[in-house]
Design a protein around this ligand. Structure first.
Ligand code: HAM
Length: 450
């Protein structure tokens, strides 16, 4: 009775009681091949460039995000998973990575470290977005931040690294790099005033969202997707006309470094990004066909954020990309993902004695790096061989009562359908020569590199 009442209270009737909530997904083994591969590429590229990995908590005090991302942004207004804990503390599941990294930089006194501090993360994030293609309520981001140095060369370096990661993943050609500057805080003040003046007598033609944006966050008027708003935005004052000499020079430098690095980009004066903490350089990687809708990543400079969150004035720049969107593009491009999940050997056995010997043999084979699974249940030999077929293994070992008595074991080549009898003590050597030393999956904890 109580159970039913609780269920009805929390679940609309058409939702089955045991299924993933709307907008979130299991990552099944097939997709994990992509996640593992992407993580390896990211780790490799960023390690080469001197970055270290950081993980911030899945939830933080709400003000960490509200203050940094901005009260008037879609993320803070509509998309945060915010809740109170049992002591009434206001907490939020992290909707993005930068705010937490900045909080950690300040909290752990990273200003004392040699600057810039270069950090990267590969983490799940949460936004109460309307689920659709490429838009989920839990999604993974890879991201990296360079904190503590102000130089246009670093902005170019961040874009270069993002592009390199795309290159490694075989998808760089699918994206257009959109670039803009939104100037310094000072530049923006006069620009925002100009926007307000321009929209003063046009408010009635704006969509409901933009009417609010005009009061709270006029910059966001520029990237509204409503048709009328887009027409008005087209004729609105341009940020470039309100940039100080320094900001203009800074932007010119970013562009010239990108040209030097042969990274093509498109200047987009309307690009403002959906988070409030940016200043000067902003950029996004747009899907060349679908545009902003299916952007895989974006970033920019956020020189005022660390001070805003209670730290000393510290410049910073960074980038983050959505891993689900990367995977969708990799699949679209039919990018092959190398993985080591294939099994080398299946072990079939019959009889108690054989099973005992197999238990030890399987363990030993794995120590040598032979990826092995054993049918240790009670199936008949026929059933076990059928199973071996389903696992698509190249070799099956067969150990029955006769083989145990004679100290032998059968190696079956599954593709050719041939069999050979070898001495039990020599079977590992035989298998290694068949599989090839270089294909073994040796595991030595002391030698594992992070
Ligand atoms: P963002 O543009 O909000 O930037 O998110 C970066 C990427 O995360 C997006 O381009 C998209 O691929 C992915 N993403 C965002 N929301 C979703 C969603 N609901 N479902 C699937 N993927 C999504 C940031 O988060 C900034 N922190 C980037 C940054 C780092 N700026 C400076 N440093």
């Amino acid at each position: 009775m109580t159970r039913d009442k609780n269920q009805k209270a929390s679940l609309p009737s058409k939702i089955k009681p045991f299924q993933t909530p709307k907008g979130v997904h299991d990552i099944l083994p097939y997709d994990h091949e992509y996640y593992t591969y992407i993580k390896k590429v990211v780790r490799h590229r960023l390690r080469q460039a001197g970055f270290k990995r950081i993980s911030t908590p899945i939830f933080e005090y709400t003000n960490v995000f509200a203050r940094s991302i901005g009260d008037a942004t879609d993320i803070v207004e509509k998309e945060m998973y915010t809740f109170e804990d049992k002591k009434g503390r206001n907490l939020t599941l992290k909707p993005e990575g930068t705010a937490g990294v900045v909080r950690a930089y300040i909290e752990h006194g990273m200003k004392q470290l040699p600057q810039p501090v270069e950090l990267y993360y590969i983490e799940p994030h949460f936004r109460y977005d309307r689920p659709q293609k490429g838009r989920y309520r839990q999604f993974w981001q890879l991201g990296f931040e360079i904190i503590g140095e102000l130089d246009a060369a670093l902005d170019a370096q961040v874009i270069l690294l993002a592009n390199k990661i795309n290159e490694d993943l075989g998808i760089e050609k699918l994206f257009d790099i959109q670039l803009n500057t939104i100037g310094s805080l000072e530049d923006r003040k006069s620009y925002i005033q100009a926007l307000k003046d321009y929209y003063y007598d046009k408010e009635r033609s704006l969509c409901e969202h933009c009417k609010v944006r005009l009061q709270k966050n006029p910059l966001r008027l520029l990237d509204c997707k409503n048709e009328d708003c887009m027409i008005l935005a087209e004729l609105a004052p341009k940020m470039t006309d309100y940039l100080s000499k320094e900001s203009l020079e800074y932007y010119e430098d970013v562009k010239s470094y990108l040209n030097e690095l042969d990274i093509p980009f498109t200047e987009n004066p309307k690009l403002v990004r959906g988070l409030d903490y940016y200043s000067n350089t902003v950029f996004e990687f747009w899907d060349a066909k679908e545009g902003a809708q299916n952007a895989i990543g974006g970033g920019g400079r956020y020189d005022g954020l660390i001070e805003k969150m209670g730290g000393l004035p510290t410049p910073a720049v960074g980038y983050a990309a959505g891993i689900e969107r990367i995977i969708a593009h990799m699949k679209r491009e039919k990018v092959r993902v190398p993985h080591k999940d294939n099994i080398h050997v299946f072990v079939a056995q019959l009889g108690k004695e054989a099973k005992k010997k197999c238990l030890k043999l399987i363990d030993e084979m794995r120590e040598y790096g032979i990826r092995t699974i054993g049918a240790l249940g009670k199936g008949s030999m026929r059933q076990q061989l059928k199973l071996a077929d389903k696992f698509n293994v190249p070799y099956t070992l067969i150990l029955g009562i006769t083989e145990v008595r004679e100290g032998t074991i059968i190696i079956r080549n599954m593709e050719k359908g041939t069999q050979e009898i070898v001495k039990f003590d020599q079977v590992i050597d035989e298998l290694i020569s068949k599989i090839g030393e270089k294909n073994l999956d040796k595991y030595s904890p002391g030698e594992l590199l992070y």
